[in-house]
Design a protein around this ligand. Structure first.
Ligand code: ZN
Length: 83
């Protein structure tokens, strides 16, 4: 199942979990989350699959600035760090 990353829209209102962003595994048929399961703050999905975003440079810049690693699945159970 694909791994998605979510972050609080306003980190100041989020809890420790969503303010820093968290990863969650969801099936393709599951609806994307709009609220943090812990504190109910509004969250958005961070797309980090290559080629899905037209503003890739911006996304990568943001991702790096936020200090998280974007992971690329290389095989079952193995991930390769993109940054
Ligand atoms: Zn939260």
């Amino acid at each position: 199942m694909p791994l998605y990353r979510y972050e609080a829209k306003d980190p100041a209102k989020g809890c420790a979990k969503c303010a820093n962003g968290f990863d969650i595994t969801q099936s393709l048929s599951e609806a994307k989350l709009e609220k943090c399961p812990d504190c109910n703050a509004e969250i958005y999905r961070v797309i980090c699959a290559p080629g899905l975003s037209h503003s890739k440079t911006d996304l990568h810049y943001r991702a790096k600035r936020a200090g998280f690693n974007c992971l690329k699945k290389v095989s079952k159970g193995e991930y390769e760090k993109m940054y």
